[in-house]
Structures are given as structure tokens and as C-alpha cells.
Design a protein around this ligand. Structure first.
Ligand code: NAD
Length: 294
């Protein structure tokens, strides 16, 4: 693993961790040679909301950085994974559901850079035989990282705030439907997809889906675990982004071509998030049993 920021202890304990700046091509070459790298999982990016706050930096990291990674992978014949996103679609795309192949005219620098990455990766695949693979992820939810400045961050923050303060002010309107996925499904999708023999792949960029919900739906389920929980709504600039994004992903091609399936729906997601976060915020306090659905 690598980053330009320091890793927390649990990452350092899990395996090698080094500094790597994707804008420094020579540094990347050294790492590939010194560590005999054969695959790259290229996660570095500025996410949607953060990208809008610093467009020049997002252009550098998300576009120039991707150029470096593609060139590196091509030069050393590495297998390359680049995640894409629901943010690669825009207001002209069909939103419910959004198919793999359709109009993509995103309105954020993040989305524009992701469409650029998809197209360039597919071009390198056809032109040079680079083993480029991409999956378009919904909002990814996890208990061990802090939200990274994306438009779907509320679906992580809500769990922390419910346990910490019993309330959360949501920056999206209550009925904003977006696709989401639990981190375990997300990571499993990457390893299964990367292990596939190339002949199985009919495309190089697939949508994958797990669940779709609105802030109102999520808040209702959170309330079953934390009965005193209250959600208020104060939409900000992220609402405008969410309004142009898919509400549901059509991932039928991933399911048909290589057997993609999700294991976490919204109920199971809430269960695992509270299992993980309860001891952190309410140590020693008996966990309330979730009230069942009426
Ligand atoms: N989080 C989601 O919901 C989601 C959904 C779809 C796709 N994705 C994609 O998954 C990837 C990871 O997302 P995340 O949520 O972990 O984002 P994140 O913001 O948590 O992580 C991005 C990392 O990139 C690093 N970075 C920034 N500039 C760099 C540079 N010059 N060199 C090297 N590293 C640099 C940052 O330090 C940060 O740790 C991104 O490509 C994102 O587009 C995320």
C-alpha cells in the first residue's frame, strides 16, 4: 500500500506501506522495479465535493496522475485497476436505472476525470494490449475510514453521529436516492474481477450495484438501533451533484458476464456498521436490540 499521507497503525501492521506520489513518475518507476510490482490498484484521487473546491489540484491528481499510472502500467506490462463511479454520469444520463453504455456528461471535475480514465484505459487496452480493468462503484460505506469528501459521505457520517450525539444534520434532501455498497462487497468485487481471465470480459468498464436508499430510509433504519436518533436536513452544494447522479445502477452485464453479486443490503449494512462502531462510542454500554420493522 502507498499514499502521500501517514498510515494509521492498523495499516502499518497489515503489510508494507510506502510513500508514493502519483505525480512523480520517476518515484513510481523506482517502486515498480524495487518491489517487483505486477498489479496496480490505483485508488488515489480527489473525490467529488473536494474536487469542486480545488479544481486545479483535482486536474493534476485525477487526470495527470492517471496519465502517469497508465504509462507506468504500459511500460512495465502491469495489470491495472482504476475505480470509476456513479459520478461518471450526469443529468443527461438515464438515472433509474443507469446502464453501462449510455450518455456520460458529468458536471463535476471528478466525474469528467473518471470518464477520461475509462476512455483512456479502454484505448490503451485496444491500442497496446494493456490489461486495464475498471468498475463503476456506488457510494462506498465503511466503518474504518473517515468520509473522503464525496457526495455520499452522509451514509457513513450518520452512523458515527447517531452513536456520538443521537442526531445528524444531513446535507442532502430526504428523498435523494443514490446507489451504495458496503466496503466488503466493494473489495471482493475488485479481487474477483481482477482474477478473471481476460476472455471472460466483454467490456473493460462495468457498473456494479448493491443497494439504493435515500437519507430518509437510512434514518428510519438507524432509528431502530438508536431509538433517540433524529435527523434534520440542510441541503448544501452536494445536493446539486447528487441530483445529476444515478439513482440505481443497472449492473446486469457484470452479473451475467462474470457472476457479480452483492452480499450486503441496507439492513445488513446497518447491522455491521453498528457492530463495528458501537464499542468505540458507547463502550461498556449494553447494545440495544434493533426494533423490528413495523
Ligand atoms: N468512496 C467512495 O464512495 C467511492 C465511490 C466510487 C469510487 N471511488 C473511488 O475509489 C478511490 C478511493 O476513494 P476513497 O474513498 O478511498 O478516497 P480517499 O479520499 O479516502 O482516498 C484517496 C487517497 O488519495 C491520496 N492522494 C491524493 N493525492 C495523491 C497523490 N498525489 N499521490 C498519491 N496519493 C494521493 C489521498 O492522500 C487519499 O488517501 C477513488 O479513486 C474514488 O474515485 C470511491
Amino acid at each position: 500500500m502507498s499514499d502521500i499521507i501517514k498510515a494509521p497503525d492498523h495499516i502499518l501492521e497489515a503489510g508494507p506501506f510506502i510513500y508514493a506520489d502519483i505525480l512523480d513518475f520517476k518515484n513510481l518507476q523506482e517502486i515498480v522495479v524495487n518491489y517487483r510490482v505486477d498489479w496496480i490498484i490505483h485508488f488515489s484521487a480527489l473525490l467529488s465535493a473536494i474536487g469542486e473546491q480545488n479544481v486545479p489540484l483535482a486536474m493534476r491528481v485525477n487526470i495527470e496522475g492517471l496519465h502517469n499510472i497508465l504509462e507506468l502500467a504500459n511500460q512495465y506490462k502491469l495489470k491495472l485497476f482504476v475505480p470509476s463511479t456513479i459520478g461518471a454520469f450526469g443529468p443527461d444520463s438515464p438515472r433509474d436505472p443507469t446502464p453501462d453504455l449510455t450518455i456520460q456528461r458529468p458536471r463535476t471535475i471528478y466525474g469528467v476525470a473518471k470518464v477520461h480514465a475509462e476512455l483512456l484505459g479502454e484505448y490503451y487496452n485496444q491500442r497496446f494490449g494493456l490489461d486495464f480493468r475498471s468498475l463503476r462503484f456506488p457510494g462506498v460505506i465503511s466503518s474504518d475510514t473517515n468520509p473522503g469528501g464525496g457526495t455520499t459521505d452522509y451514509a457513513v457520517a450518520i452512523f458515527h453521529e447517531a452513536l456520538k450525539t443521537g442526531r445528524y444534520q444531513c446535507y442532502l434532501e430526504p428523498d435523494t436516492m443514490l446507489p451504495m455498497m458496503y466496503i466488503t462487497d466493494c473489495l471482493r468485487s475488485i479481487s474477483e474481477y481482477m482474477e478473471l481471465p481476460a476472455e471472460k470480459l466483454k467490456m473493460r468498464t462495468y457498473n456494479i450495484h448493491a443497494m439504493s436508499f435515500t437519507p430518509r430510509i437510512l434514518a428510519e433504519i438507524v432509528k431502530r438501533f438508536v431509538p433517540e436518533f433524529e435527523m434534520t436536513y440542510k441541503p448544501d452544494s452536494r445536493q446539486k451533484i447528487a441530483d445529476t447522479w444515478p439513482m440505481r445502477f443497472d449492473d446486469s452485464r457484470a452479473r451475467a458476464d462474470w457472476g457479480w453479486h452483492h452480499e450486503y443490503d441496507v439492513e445488513r449494512l446497518c447491522q455491521v456498521m453498528f457492530d463495528a462502531l458501537w464499542p468505540q462510542y458507547r463502550p461498556g454500554k449494553q447494545r440495544t436490540k434493533p426494533v423490528s420493522k413495523q
